[in-house]
Design a binder for this molecule. Structure first.
Ligand code: GLU
Length: 442
């Protein structure tokens, strides 16, 4: 059996879109699953866009995600001679001809002669595809300025690299008929093709920067895990055939097949992705969590036992590393920011400060100060005052954390401890004026 060889062949533009990376991932998964080889080719012939920095961005993205090619990358820009030789071979065989395209003074273009027969192939994702001879026209393979066209370079390089499976975006489906004609004219075996559906937004439009993080670099900067991005991208258009949603790279490799790739567009769901990332974070060792907290909030390193308690309390809330300073900062400083909107809504509401003052008194006597005892104290007070527990929970949360969201309030209170909690409530009572007074001079 011939060894399966797949390749990722991006045109570097400076940013690597998640759609491109998913193409790379499926090629990598398919090669790994079948004990084949995963290759890489830079289609860098556009000298304006394919700058060294743009090329490096692609290499960095692959490295960050661990999609390591098995051979050094091939640079298309360095293979121009081979492309032109192939064109000469086609000319010689009468499968191409020269034509003056009217760009006077620029010389003649080389045009590929379509075979004049229908072309059919079985796409591994889309099924049987067919095009009638009369719907396909001859096309330019070398421009009149002597530069090879994408179709020629792409096919000649895939032949050179012994690629057996071309897995790419479905914007190339139409090109494939021409590519097959080129393979045949060059007497090369035609590879297997699989065209992947697009990634779209909630409105069904191509997923772009306007919809959220769209480039691999954004995910890296925002503290997501490469394994989580791989996991989520793999599930965008493919499923393992069971109900697993959190998979490690090795599990993805074991489960991957082209048969399970869907042909309809896949919708990128930021919230689902965050959830997947959170699940991957939870599987990381405690030492790594500590490191990330200390990196984000240096004083988190002062008290290891307290830090561990914070990590445990925040476990199901931190979905990405960049959440840490935003969501857990208040555990480590008295100088935490207060969400003004939440303060207005929950604390500048008639009766709120009164209730909070009563809770302050009750908490001062609450021993021991645990998750259970603080909850019982708060609920008893709510009962006694004839209000809902939520009427106390929300103001308390904002008083002690400054935030309208976070882990369970009682977990937070237990971690902070009675002294911090009562001091924070007291400070809040002293600084926030009730609604009636909010226009009064400060
Ligand atoms: N350079 C092409 C692109 O980025 C890829 C073509 C291919 O994979 O065959 O769309």
């Amino acid at each position: 059996m011939t060894t399966i060889r797949t390749r990722f062949a991006p045109s570097p533009t400076g940013n690597v879109h998640i759609g491109n990376m998913r193409v790379a991932l499926y090629n990598w998964l398919y090669a790994r699953h079948n004990r084949g080889q995963f290759l890489m080719r830079m289609e860098d012939t556009d000298r304006e866009r394919s700058t060294p920095a743009a090329v490096q961005t692609v290499l960095d993205a692959l490295e960050w995600l661990g999609l390591t090619p098995d051979e050094p990358p091939v640079y298309q820009s360095q293979r121009r001679t081979a492309h032109l030789e192939a064109a000469a071979q086609l000319l010689e065989a009468g499968q191409a001809y020269k034509q003056d395209k009217g760009d006077t003074g620029k010389g003649e273009a080389i045009v590929f002669r379509m075979p004049g027969t229908d072309i059919t192939f079985t796409d591994q994702v889309k099924g049987a595809l067919h095009k009638a001879a009369q719907d396909m026209q001859d096309f330019v393979i070398v421009r009149s300025d002597g530069s090879p066209v994408f179709h020629l370079a792409n096919v000649v390089d895939d032949i050179f690299m012994n690629v057996t499976h071309v897995i790419r975006g479905d914007d190339h489906t139409e090109n494939t008929f021409r590519h097959i004609a080129l393979y045949q004219a060059l007497n090369a075996p035609v590879p297997v093709f699989a065209h992947l559906p697009m990634i779209v937004n909630a409105q069904g439009k191509p997923y772009s920067k306007r919809d959220g993080d769209a480039f691999v670099g954004d995910f890296r900067t925002n503290g997501y895990l490469p394994a989580a991005l791989l996991n989520y991208l793999a599930l965008l258009g493919w499923s393992p055939g069971d109900d697993r949603e959190v998979l490690t790279p090795d599990e993805l490799i074991a489960a991957f097949s082209l048969e399970r790739v869907q042909s309809s567009a896949a919708q990128f769901d930021q919230r689902k992705f965050e959830w997947v990332n959170g699940e991957h974070l939870r599987q990381l060792p405690q030492s790594m969590h500590r490191e990330q907290y200390i990196q984000a909030i240096p004083q988190a390193g002062n008290n290891p036992a307290y830090l561990d308690a914070v990590i445990a309390a925040m476990e199901d809330r931190v979905k990405k590393w960049s959440d840490i300073p935003v969501m857990a900062g208040f555990f480590f400083t008295e100088d935490y920011p207060c969400d003004e909107k939440a303060v207005n809504k929950r604390l500048r509401k008639p009766g709120a400060l009164d209730l909070l003052a009563a809770l302050h008194t009750a908490f001062a006597k609450c021993t021991p100060f645990t998750e259970e005892s603080t909850e019982a104290t708060l609920r008893d007070l709510a009962d006694a005052r004839g209000v809902k527990p939520a009427d106390l929970i929300h103001p308390t949360r904002i008083a002690v954390s400054g935030l309208p969201f976070g882990p369970s309030l009682f977990k937070m209170l237990a971690v902070l401890g009675r002294d911090r909690v009562t001091q924070r409530i007291e400070r809040t009572l002293n600084t926030i004026k009730p609604q009636e007074d909010s226009n009064a001079p400060q």
